[in-house]
Design a protein around this ligand. Structure first.
Ligand SMILES: [Zn+2]
Length: 155
């Protein structure tokens, strides 16, 4: 399953990436969104019913996201059959750019992360596209908390 999310759904797009889904975000024009979805076989996620209609006419799958709340959006996708399984970092996409994330050696991030972080952690991951480095720090733990909450949403 691959997605393309409209401009209203940035947070949802980032979370889909964290769960490993190839998710495009940042394309403003409806026409362009439908074109890319059709070409790549992506499912459109949108808050705009007009865009859903437009996509369906061209045989492109689109899901009208009903709520502004992230939890409700995730619950809706669960109901649509989207699995929220393994969270970041294994098999995840970079939340910033949708690039593939790989584990890297500690030596590889020397000088690229704050010295305190380098000392405190032995596990590092890097985005192969934008170079963003990730480690199991505070933000990571916040993410795991959110993941637990999402898993409770399932009916
Ligand atoms: Zn990236």
């Amino acid at each position: 399953m691959k997605f393309i999310a409209d401009m209203m759904l940035g947070r949802l797009a980032r979370w889909l990436r964290l769960y490993g889904y190839d998710t495009l975000y940042g394309i403003k024009e409806d026409e362009e969104i439908v074109k890319i979805a059709r070409k790549d076989g992506r499912i459109i996620l949108t808050r705009d019913s007009g865009l859903v209609e437009r996509a369906k006419k061209l045989g492109v799958k689109a899901i009208l996201i009903m709520s502004n709340s992230l939890e409700e959006q995730i619950r809706q996708l669960m109901d649509e059959g989207v699995e929220f399984g393994e969270l970041f970092p294994e098999n995840a996409r970079c939340p910033k750019c949708n690039g593939v994330i790989v584990r890297v050696k500690k030596e590889d991030v020397a000088g690229k992360v704050p010295p305190k972080v380098y000392e405190a952690y032995d596990e590092f991951y890097m985005c192969t596209n934008c170079g963003q480095i990730y480690w199991p720090g505070r933000q990571w733990r916040e993410m795991e908390k959110m993941d637990k909450n999402f898993k409770k949403l399932k009916h």
